[in-house]
Design a protein around this ligand. Structure first.
Ligand code: ARG
Length: 477
């Protein structure tokens, strides 16, 4: 049964029916559709469009349908075009012709946009929760890494020593911005399309402010045309997910490298590694590889939606139907991935001796230049002198710190015995004591700041947003 056949002489072609149907994926909006319809029935009654008795019947019927979904007892018909059709059809079976009054003044255009926004607002908090788990994993590792030195790289070349904790926290802050971006979704998602009809608005005196409040939205959409066509909120979600995916991919890549025999900086926990069916010695970093690969899916979903939106000529166009699988895909991907990464990060074991042995004296060449600066040498000159010391050591086949004082003095006479302190990596990190630096003092402060950041209240806890509800189980015939 379609909701629109009155003016049609012919049935829809069977293949066209399949192409047109969205039930296979939009059934995930069942709870939001019921919630929106209950609010709409009440709004119709409040506006005097239907009687309160009729509204009660509709609400009771919808509540029954909700129970059917809860019990996995809702039966879809092959003739159900989408979730909205299925629920309206079932409502008719349960309460008779009064069900036909529910759609008064409403279109599936404002209905689906409302359901979709509701779904996102109810589900984003679930993602934020698992993202926080991963952030906590970084905090745990940072805590354990306060006494461990790691070679820091630029261009994947040894650069300067850093504190392991500082390195772990760098991932924390990337994810913190991702978390904020996810929470920002509410700002634009919490604008209510319901009550905008197909595109031109509702001809009945619906109190859209009350309706918005009832559905935990911030405000009713101010423009009916924009309301039914706007999918910015979905694109924003997909962007936040894609960028998060990129961050996870970068993290995965470096952990794959650092846990390889070549680096040997970390050992993966067996719980998050897999073996090879052929080579008995192998312990593969599959979880991180999967994370790296998923960034392709997450980025692809964003690009797909943007491309779908690109040339839409008018308000609602059926192209928009394909917005949902993209959002569900990114959501499902991250919901599965993030807790696994949290476990993998939390259980990875650092090998401090390996890290230390990869810190050579040349990584303190900048410190040598800084030492010369303290003797009054302009930095550009100091940089040159330090580079000459590096060359001299290389020519002599020595570590920088093994050069004699006379060697140093031959480069710059004011150099004294205390120059050797420059090559102590711990002293090197202690010197980076400005805010944001890798000194133990600054990193401890940073860790505290990171902890406090996670504890701040979130926008959806401060306004609207609704409580997270899990997706309903699928039961199709
Ligand atoms: N299944 C449709 C979608 O997801 C619902 C809206 C249909 N609207 C319409 N005018 N045909 O977009």
């Amino acid at each position: 049964m379609t909701l629109w056949g009155g003016n049609f002489q012919q049935e829809l072609d069977a293949q066209a029916w399949k192409l047109n149907s969205s039930l296979s994926f939009d059934q995930r909006l069942a709870y939001q559709d019921i919630r929106g319809s209950i609010a709409w029935a009440k709004a119709l009654a409040a506006a005097g469009v239907i009687s309160s008795h009729e509204s009660d019947l509709i609400v009771q019927g919808l509540e029954k349908i909700r129970v059917e979904f809860n019990n996995q007892a809702f039966v879809f018909f092959p003739t159900d075009e989408d979730i909205h059709t299925a629920i309206e059809r079932r409502l008719g079976e349960l309460i008779g012709s009064v069900a036909g009054k529910l759609h008064t003044g409403r279109s599936r255009n404002d209905q689906v946009a409302t359901d979709f926004r509701l779904w996102l607002m109810e589900h984003v908090p679930l993602l934020v929760e698992v993202l926080e788990k991963l952030q906590f994993a970084f905090l745990c590792q940072a805590e354990r890494g306060l006494q461990i030195l790691l070679p820091g790289y630029t261009h994947l070349r040894r650069a300067q020593p850093i504190l392991l904790a500082h390195w772990w926290l760098s991932f924390f802050w990337q994810l913190e911005r991702d978390r904020q971006r996810l929470l920002d979704i509410f700002k634009h998602a919490a604008i209510l399309p319901l009550g905008c009809g197909a595109l031109a608005g509702c001809p009945f005196p619906i109190d859209r402010n009350a309706l918005a409040k009832d559905l935990d939205f911030e405000q009713p959409a101010p423009n009916s045309i924009d309301a039914v066509s706007d999918r910015d909120f979905a694109a924003e979600f997909l962007f936040a997910s894609a960028l998060l995916g990129i961050h996870l991919s970068k993290l995965a890549e470096i952990l794959i490298m650092f846990s390889s025999a070549e680096f040997g900086f970390f050992v993966l926990s067996d719980a998050y590694a897999t073996g090879s069916s052929l080579m008995p010695q192998k312990k593969n970093p599959d979880m991180f590889e999967i994370a790296r690969g998923k960034s392709g899916i997450l980025t692809g979903n964003l690009v797909s939606l943007l491309t779908i939106l690109k040339s839409l000529p008018s308000t609602y166009d059926k192209d928009l139907q394909d917005d949902k699988p993209l959002v569900f895909s990114s959501f499902d991907t991250l919901l599965l991935l993030l807790p696994v990464l949290a476990g993998a990060v939390e259980t990875i074991t650092p090998c401090p001796e390996k890290m230390l042995s990869a810190i050579d004296d040349s990584m303190m060449a900048t410190d040598l230049a800084d030492y010369l600066v303290s003797k009054g040498v302009p930095f550009r000159e100091a940089h040159k002198l330090s580079a000459q010391a590096v060359s001299l050591a290389a020519t002599k086949g020595l570590a920088l710190s093994a050069l004699s004082i006379d060697d140093f003095k031959s480069l710059y006479p004011a150099i004294e015995n205390d120059v050797l302190e420059v090559f102590d990596p711990w002293k090197s990190i202690e010197r980076r004591n400005a805010i944001g630096g890798t000194s133990p003092l600054m990193v401890k402060m940073q860790l505290e700041q990171a902890r406090n950041t996670l504890l701040k209240p979130k926008p959806h806890e401060m306004f609207g947003g609704g409580t997270p509800r899990s997706s309903h189980p699928i039961n199709s015939k």
